[in-house]
Design a protein around this ligand. Structure first.
Ligand code: MG
Length: 409
């Protein structure tokens, strides 16, 4: 079991018009939040954070519960700032000590910290700072770029590197406190720590002063030193302390929120998808027309000419290329009344090799001619005959064929 007593106060100071600090303390939780933002926004951020963290820790008084409560406050402040233009840019620091329970019934003090509010531990009159300021100047001190003296007057000493309600993710320093009965813990906003040096803080916060006397002296001394900012102090004194079985000292960063496409990004991707679809359809249409065009051209070429050939001794007219084109084979479209044997020897040889003609009429005319040439020297039957023709599409038509009359003899 860990028990403490406490005293606390907050003050507007002598310069600011309003108090944007917020504090809270009870038997299990102590907090200071220093709000920032124009008009009343800073007050909103610090008050929201104090309320949400208190409520969250009340439901789940564990390290995870307090961490989750600060994380929830971060998201809530951020959401409010985004939705309400009057609260744009608001945020807050938070520094809290909670008596957190573990699974074995041990209740130990744990410090949670974001921003530049501070926690100090006082033992036997000595002061030790427990928290690192999350400000640009103090980060540079830790990196070795500035000395503490340079940081104290640096123009970026008030510029925070972390805060509640600043970003979707938040990094929280979580530290298990190692305390003894009689130790005091001071939580304060920078309105106190900027006005009073460490020696003054240590002297005023320690015994023999009671907790109430110490807090009153701290507030009054900060005002006397200038009171240029809001001043807040929460002072705890341990009567009994348990130590965490598994002490923690680390910075815990919340998970980034799920990626949600902004409407304009989504619309842009939709437009791109539509453009892509249009192009795909255009490409498919072009490909289809090329394929169809290929078949049309091949079909036209395959059946664009005629030739004479022999079919079982009869001179016949075929449409197509003698050797075929791809899968398009020549088609017999007409038998003539002439026998291949009734041709001159040279014409018989030519017929055997097929005789090409540009049209059906030309082919029939040439058949008449070469037959008449044979009959010019031989006795041939003359007259008019009718023959059946077949088109490549297998429909049936009738072509009238007139044989020539043999001349002379
Ligand atoms: Mg301040």
């Amino acid at each position: 079991m860990t028990r403490w007593r406490y005293a606390a106060a907050t003050d507007t100071g002598l310069v600011r018009q309003s108090n944007q600090d917020a504090i809270y303390v009870d038997d299990r939780l102590a907090m200071v939040a220093d709000g920032m933002g124009g008009h009343a926004a800073g007050e909103v951020a610090s008050a929201m954070t104090i309320d949400l963290v208190r409520d969250g820790f009340e439901v789940r008084p564990t390290v995870e519960g307090l961490y989750n409560a600060i994380n929830a406050a971060n998201l809530a402040v951020l959401k409010n700032a985004r939705e309400d233009p009057a609260h744009f840019g608001m945020g807050t620091t938070v520094i809290a000590v909670g008596l957190t329970s573990d699974g074995d019934g041990v209740t130990s003090p744990t410090l949670f910290h974001v921003g530049d509010s501070r926690a100090y531990q006082l033992r036997d009159g000595a002061l030790r700072q427990l928290s690192d300021d999350h400000s640009v100047a103090e980060e540079w001190v830790r990196m070795g770029r500035l000395t503490s003296e340079e940081a104290a007057v640096h123009p970026r000493r008030h510029q925070l590197t972390r805060g509640v309600g600043v970003e979707d993710t938040i990094a929280i320093d979580v530290i298990s406190l190692s305390a003894e009965p009689g130790d005091r813990i001071l939580l304060c906003s920078d309105g106190l720590s900027n006005e009073l040096d460490n020696d003054t803080l240590a002297r005023l916060s320690s015994v023999p002063f009671t907790l109430e006397e110490s807090v009153a002296q701290l507030m009054e001394s900060a005002r006397e030193a200038g009171g240029r900012d809001n001043i807040s102090a929460v002072l705890l004194e341990f009567d009994e302390v348990q130590v965490a079985a598994a002490p923690i000292k680390r910075t815990v960063t919340s998970n980034p929120p799920p990626v949600a496409l902004r409407p304009n990004v989504a619309a842009s991707r939709l437009r791109r998808a539509k453009r892509l679809t249009w192009r795909v359809w255009a490409a498919l249409a072009l490909l289809a027309s090329v394929v169809v065009g290929f078949f049309v051209v091949v079909h036209w070429y395959a059946y664009s000419s005629f030739y004479l050939g022999s079919d079982a001794g009869t001179i016949a007219v075929y449409q197509g290329q003698p050797s075929g084109v791809l899968w398009y084979k020549p088609v017999k479209i007409s038998d003539t009344p002439y026998q291949a044997s009734q041709l001159r020897a040279a014409d018989q040889q030519a017929l055997a090799a097929t005789i090409s003609e540009p049209s059906l009429e030309a082919a029939l005319h040439w058949a008449d001619y070469i037959h008449s040439q044979y009959c010019h020297y031989h006795s041939c039957r003359t007259g008019t005959g009718t023959t059946t023709t077949t088109t490549p599409t297998h429909s049936t038509t009738t072509v009238r064929v007139t044989t020539t009359t043999a001349k002379g003899g």
